[in-house]
Ligand binder design. Structure first.
Ligand code: NAD
Length: 473
């Protein structure tokens, strides 16, 4: 078999803005034809997406290498294999998810009405993706939309143009073009898309842009799912295992060079355990990158110069002390995993989302005070990572809020395909993955059917009202 190479595909081109209303009309009309509702149609599209992705595995891996320098290992684990697994799961469970649900605790007299919840598709939806995991953050929601019987337009991130090109190629060649379309571009194209009336908008990205999307959607009462950003704390108490904490949190920060919404943005650590933790952090770094991160082909680069310069100036703004790393190279967009000891909770490294391989560490002397610090920096982060005894990690969970949490680990909860993933407060709302992806694009429609034979029983509801009728209730 001759595999497609990225050079065989057309260059990344923005979709003409004036074509966007017609693209919207096309997928909206398809939805209103009701053709996307039968399970057979949805399963056919899911299978086609699976094989479209499977056939182009080499090009998908190549695209991720070009965009982010992602190693084939990471790209398969967190992107290609991840999405393939999600499609298979959805296809396998679709019939079960689509089944009507019975409500709980129905009175005997209401049973005759067969109360039930149908799972109806929301309609024609818009999915806006982010750059850091360009496949899973775009195709994950698309899988949910197809499964729910929706039609969709996908707007991948323009900052990962190769991933955007290969996704467009696969979607164009595998899926029903009247139902599923890709629009390429940045702000002007997304703004033009937002001028259309969608039945749902699924947005992944920064909180700033999320606010723009939510405001615009509110004008037409369009429901939104927002998957937003981090400033996620990790806590290491004096009873934590410093070796495990070091290895696990380092892994969580090295993946994709820290460009992960759920990775820890900073670490709060009990002063007592700091020396042991730093010792193990150094060892783990040597073990994971024996010849240094710069020469490690498995270590991703920063997505583009704009993000590189942002990270460089964020690093320059700290008053903390660099303990490990600190090297940068603009020509290769390389930023070394960098450990910084900071002395204030107002340090810019804590109050801004770094979205890069920076590991600021703030020592504390009291766990309740550390919890208060994290709550003050961001009361509703996307993830929280407490390391310590059961009582300590329970205390942290019970006195904080977050989209999700991994106890004694970095963001591993997000790797479980059937666990709903989403934020809370200003890290987003709504969730997806597994069954939640199907539900995200479905309307739970409550339905009853009143049979003719209950008319006698219903006589009490009709006027004229009387004392005698009232006594029957
Ligand atoms: P971004 O907000 O810059 O871009 C996301 C999408 O929004 C892109 O498709 C982009 O074209 C579009 N966009 C950008 N500006 C816009 C505007 N003014 N109007 C309309 N659309 C616009 O985000 P990013 O840089 O791609 O991703 C990084 C951010 O996303 C981080 O904050 C990260 O934490 C967050 N993120 C969250 C999740 C999650 O699942 N919660 C996942 C990945 C990334």
């Amino acid at each position: 078999m001759i595999y497609l190479k990225m050079e065989d595909l057309p260059a990344f081109t923005n979709t003409p803005v004036d074509s966007i209303p017609a693209i919207h009309a096309r997928v909206a009309n398809k939805f209103h034809s009701h053709a996307t509702r039968p399970i057979e149609y949805r399963q056919k599209q899911l299978r086609a997406l699976y094989w479209g992705l499977k056939d182009e595995e080499p090009a998908l891996l190549e695209a991720l290498k070009l965009d982010l320098g992602k190693s084939a290992y990471e790209a398969y684990l967190a992107e290609v294999g991840w999405v393939l697994n999600d499609v298979l799961f959805m296809e396998k469970n679709l019939e079960r998810f689509m089944k009507d649900e019975k409500p709980e605790d129905i009175d005997l007299q209401n049973m005759a009405l067969r109360p039930r919840i149908r799972k109806d598709p929301l309609g024609a939806v818009l999915i806006i993706g982010a750059f850091n995991f360009p496949l899973q953050l775009s195709l994950g929601p698309l899988i949910g939309a197809i499964a729910a019987g929706c039609t969709a337009v996908l707007k991948p991130s323009e900052n990962a143009p190769n991933a955007a090109r290969i996704m467009q190629h696969i979607i164009q060649n595998s899926l029903d073009p009247d139902a599923y379309q890709v629009v390429q571009g940045g702000i002007p194209e997304t703004t033009a898309l937002m001028e259309q009336k969608w039945d749902k908008i699924f947005y992944t990205g920064s909180a700033n842009v999320g606010t723009i999307i939510a405001k615009k959607a509110a004008e037409t009462l369009t429901p939104v799912t927002l998957e937003l950003g981090g400033r996620n704390p990790a806590f290491i108490t004096k009873n934590a295992d410093p070796r495990l904490a070091a290895r696990r949190l380092l892994w969580a920060k090295l993946m994709n060079a820290g460009q992960v919404c759920v990775s820890q943005n900073y670490i709060l650590i009990d002063e007592e355990i700091l020396p042991a933790f730093l010792h193990h952090l150094k060892l783990a770094l040597q073990e994971f990158h024996p010849s240094g991160a710069e020469d490690n082909p498995d270590y991703s680069h920063i997505i583009n110069e704009r993000q590189f310069l942002r990270l460089q100036s964020l690093l320059a703004s700290t008053t903390g002390e660099i303990l490990l790393g600190g090297k940068t190279n603009q020509s290769t967009l390389f930023i070394e995993p960098t450990v910084i000891r900071v002395s204030s909770p107002t340090d810019p490294l804590l109050t801004n989302e770094s979205f890069g391989p920076l590991i600021p560490i703030l020592p504390y002397t009291s766990l309740p005070a550390a919890i208060a610090t994290a709550n003050a920096i961001h009361p509703t982060p996307l993830g929280i990572y407490p390391f310590g005894s059961r009582a300590e990690t329970d205390l942290i969970l019970s006195q904080t809020r977050s989209g999700g949490a991994s106890v004694n680990d970095g963001f591993f909860h997000a790797s479980i395909p059937t666990l709903a993933f989403g934020g809370v407060g200003d890290s987003g709302h709504g969730a997806y993955r597994g069954r939640a992806s199907f539900e995200c694009f479905s309307h739970r429609r409550s339905v009853t059917t009143t049979p003719g034979w209950v008319e006698g029983l219903l006589a009490v509801r009709y006027p004229p009202y009387s004392e005698a009728k009232l006594r029957k209730f």
